[in-house]
Design a protein around this ligand. Structure first.
Ligand code: TYD
Ligand code: MG
Length: 457
């Protein structure tokens, strides 16, 4: 059959293909995401059968007769990374590491081979020259004798070279720079990204070589890539954090071989990313004197408890309309909490500017931080310091009630481990096995919290 070039439209959000342009993608419902690309029809495309997994038997077989012996995992000698992967990287898996430009994807993916000198690694770079990679490697420091750097962007060459070398691990930086001759469109387009990922998946499954693939996302998360890739790859790890701040979170979004509630914490230093094995200690600055406007929340991110310092500043509004600003916290939720304080507890915050900040540049979504937020606000408002050995873990409801949160016992245990002497929780629900050695104070609503904590003001 003669090949023919035609135009199709792809949704950059979900990868849906359509023969004509549409304002709204019928598959994912996003607006203005369709982009035009030319594809060649009639030519045998490698990607057609690329996603099927060879070597696993093409005949249906009873579930009971399938070999379920544990997957072969390899440790990457990085405790944080091993944990988000579910205990090391699985042989033959395709792992996508996504994140905004400059967050540290290339740094992390170069640190992996440097930390594992016993593994032969093929490091394919499409963004930087081999010399740039070398400079970065010497900056990070490490024995790079077993890491092969390959500066190439053509997938056909990369796969051929990889089959020839048969490394123990392959890193591809980044999916947006790679292209295949099978597809007509330019690198970074939806069809090229799909093709690249499908080929790497096929290579990984056929040879058992684990492949780490890097993908960029923009601030809006708009670039075609990681969203589409999520369906193809086995594991998706996403970098989060402010690239001006030092902390980086690596979160598991999808994992075919483990839990998605895992989280790794790193700190960007002059010598690469450092593992932060005890995030709580890093997140709480050690200021000795009692400052007003500070309260510590015991939050849980995924399955990891850590304590975070909530800072607030309440001052008289300079203009008619008071300002409300929140860094690392949803400003609408802050407004809601302020309204609760106003309505249910009689504090006149309507004429005050309120600023809120989560220390360490983190973003907090856990509702358990509500109580720490209102305590920080009240503390700043009264200019009364909350004793530094108290922390909080509860949600605040619209009627001013203090609601219980999940796994209060684990939060209390983490607080106790870090030397806190009291934890405020909800009086509803009675969490079992609260640890010894920490006073658990149960409060039912905002007025009773104030009576207990701010009785002297
Ligand atoms: P990079 O890994 O190139 O980000 P990405 O691949 O995600 O785009 O690097 C991110 C930033 O980290 C870069 O601006 C420089 C900084 N950096 C350090 O602070 N210390 C280091 O040791 C390295 C290698 C990078
Ligand atoms: Mg990079």
């Amino acid at each position: 059959m003669a090949s023919k070039v035609k135009s199709v439209w792809f949704c950059t959000s979900c990868g849906n293909e359509s023969p004509k342009w549409m304002g709204r993608c019928p598959a994912c419902g996003e607006w203005n995401t369709m982009v035009e690309e030319t594809v060649v029809t009639g030519k045998k495309s490698v990607s057609d059968d690329a996603v099927s997994v060879p070597g696993q038997g093409s005949r249906p077989m009873p579930l009971s007769s399938i070999d379920s012996s544990v997957e072969n995992r390899r440790s990457l000698h990085n405790a944080e990374l091993d944990r988000v992967l579910g205990g090391g990287i699985v042989e033959g898996s395709l792992v996508l590491i996504g994140g905004e430009p400059g967050i540290g994807k290339s740094t992390l993916s170069l640190q992996i081979p440097l930390a594992c000198p016993e593994m032969k690694t093929l490091y394919v770079t499409g963004e930087e020259s081999a010399r740039q990679v070398k400079l970065r490697a010497s900056r990070i420091g490490g024995n790079d004798s077993n890491c092969l750097i390959y500066s190439e962007t053509l997938m056909e060459n990369i796969i051929a070279e990889a089959r020839n070398i048969m490394p123990d691990l392959m890193v591809v930086d980044s999916v947006q720079t790679m292209y295949s001759r099978n597809v007509e469109s330019s690198p970074g387009s939806v069809s090229q990204i799909k093709e690249t990922a499908a080929r790497l998946l096929r290579f990984a499954k056929e040879t058992g070589v684990p492949v780490i693939l890097i993908g960029h996302i923009t601030k809006e998360g708009s670039i075609a890539g990681p969203k589409i890739l999520e369906h193809i790859v086995d594991v998706v790890l996403q970098f989060e954090g402010d690239n001006r701040g030092a902390y980086r979170l690596l979160r598991s979004i999808k994992n075919r071989f483990g839990s998605t509630s895992e989280l790794a914490v790193f700190e960007m230093t002059g010598r690469g990313l450092r593992e932060v094995s005890n995030p709580s200690e890093m997140l709480i600055p050690m200021h000795g004197e009692n400052l007003s406007g500070v309260a510590v929340g015991a939050m849980l991110d995924g399955t990891r408890p850590f304590l975070i310092e909530v800072q607030s500043l309440v001052s008289t509004a300079a203009y008619g309309t008071p300002q409300r600003s929140a860094t690392g916290f949803d400003v609408r939720r802050l407004n809601m909490l302020l309204a609760v304080l106003e309505k249910r507890a009689g504090f006149k915050l309507g004429v005050k500017d309120v600023f809120l900040n989560m220390a360490g540049g983190l973003r907090v979504n856990d509702p358990a931080c509500d109580l720490a937020v209102i305590c920080a606000v009240l503390s700043s408002n009264f200019d009364f310091a909350v004793p530094s050995d108290i922390c909080f873990a509860a949600e605040v409801g619209l009627s001013g009630e203090i609601r219980p949160v999940s796994q209060t016992d684990r939060r209390a245990l983490e607080a106790q481990r870090l030397g806190f002497r009291q934890i405020y929780v909800s009086s509803f629900g009675s969490p079992d096995n609260m640890p010894e050695g920490i006073d658990v104070i149960r409060v039912a609503d905002v007025p009773s919290l104030c009576r207990s904590l701010f009785r002297n003001v």
